[in-house]
Ligand binder design. Structure first.
Ligand SMILES: Cc1ncc(COP(=O)(O)O)c(C=O)c1O
Length: 384
């Protein structure tokens, strides 16, 4: 490998490993939808897993103290956030915690405030149990997607509203909320006494020089009303190992959450615990290299889309580009991309069918091929 190539350039055949991502489309279509990356996990994770598998006995497993210490150290160094081990709740995934939070902390007639378009489980969690959703539009401000704050206040002020479901960094759209923006949202939560469930799964995938601020770290009141949800799964590409954690600093809320999950949500898989420990203890160098690579992919995509009718706002975080195809006047933007041979996510699933979401967590050569396919389809479309 010469100096200019990266481990992330390696094209890995995922067609034989029952990958969700690689099973959805015919093999003429490049899959760029669900949020996992086509990269190997770091060696520290692969080695830790091999060692654990080698032990041969895979019984019920306690969360290792070293994992809790590694999470605490990570929170402190990355976000200057001090959390204690007792505030952690270990989970087999993050989505179950979104659904559980809605069920535990709201009742039949309550409303849930959700800025969107957003990752579909943030609306599915309330919808599945018949809670009303107060939708707050994300609008473009200085090329960033941010919630319309007038709508946000109106939604929170409704006496039926009990909870805000926030996604920070935002998926899709890639907004990293600033401290000032979060403080404005917190002011609403405090004024109208709402619980905040903050899905921060993408918080270690920040591509610009902006800090991630955990909502709960804003101040004592925020800490007392927030369920923070995090995981190493997106960052270290271990989503299939099923591990996430909640930070719940309010004892009452934590006990209610714990009670709600008892007997329903199992402990994390022992290999998920092993991978998470290795990731937070030893994954820093790989993580840094990953962010550099993803930035390169994002910049390439932004540069190439700039000369097309497709629009994309500033993507501060994630490897999920939120692409506005409305200028093309298509009946079905999703179908247009898939027919072009690029298997994106349908924007309709997040709340806007004029958009598609393209996962660029892949080798640059694959991204280039996808861009060329899109450009060719656009060229053909412009002539039709
Ligand atoms: C915002 C967000 N939350 C949660 C998840 C999934 O979490 P898990 O796989 O741990 O259930 C995703 C996956 O794409 C996501 O983007």
């Amino acid at each position: 490998m010469d100096a200019s190539t990266s481990v992330f350039d390696t094209v890995i055949d995922r067609t034989t490993s029952h990958s969700d991502k690689w099973s959805k489309f015919p093999d003429t279509v490049i899959p760029m939808w669900v949020a996992d990356m086509d990269f190997d996990s770091p060696d520290c994770i692969k080695n830790a897993l091999s060692q654990r598998v080698e032990e041969g006995v895979y019984g019920y497993t306690k969360t290792p103290d070293v994992l809790e210490k590694a999470i605490q150290a990570h929170a402190l160094t990355q976000y200057n956030w001090s959390v204690s081990a007792q505030d952690l709740v270990h989970l087999p995934g993050l989505v179950c915690a979104l659904h559980l939070s809605v069920r535990v902390f709201s009742e039949a007639d309550d409303r849930i405030v959700v800025p969107g378009p957003v990752y579909y489980h943030l609306t599915k969690a309330p919808a599945l149990v018949g809670r009303d959703i107060a939708h707050v539009d994300m609008t473009l401000e200085n090329h960033r997607w941010v919630p319309d704050m007038a709508q946000f206040e109106a939604a929170c002020a409704d006496p039926k509203s009990k909870m805000i479901l926030l996604c920070n960094p935002h998926n899709p759209g890639g907004t990293v909320y600033s401290q000032a923006e979060l403080l404005r949202i917190h002011a609403l939560a405090e004024k109208y006494n709402l619980i905040v469930v903050s899905d921060e799964i993408h918080c270690d995938l920040i591509l610009d020089s902006v800090p991630h601020v955990p909502f709960a770290s804003l101040n004592e009141d925020a800490a007392s009303r927030t369920i923070t949800l995090m995981a190493p799964s997106k960052t270290f590409n271990v989503a299939g190992l099923g591990y996430a954690f909640a930070v719940i600093q309010n004892t009452e809320l934590r006990h209610a959450f714990d009670q709600g999950r008892t007997g329903l949500i199992p402990s994390p898989n022992l290999l998920g615990l092993t991978a998470a420990t290795a990731a937070y203890q030893e994954g820093q160098v790989w993580h840094h290299a990953l962010l550099t690579y993803l930035k390169g992919n994002r910049d390439l995509l932004v540069e190439r889309l700039a000369s097309t009718p497709l629009k994309m706002a500033r993507l501060e975080a994630t490897y999920l580009a939120w692409i506005d195809a409305s200028a093309l006047g298509l009946d079905d933007a999703y179908e247009f991309f898939v027919n072009a041979g690029v298997g994106v996510s349908n924007g309709a699933d997040f709340g806007d069918a004029n958009f598609v979401r393209l996962n660029f967590g892949c080798p640059k050569s694959v991204l280039l091929e996808a861009i060329e396919r899109i450009e060719a389809a656009l060229e053909q479309h412009s002539q039709s």
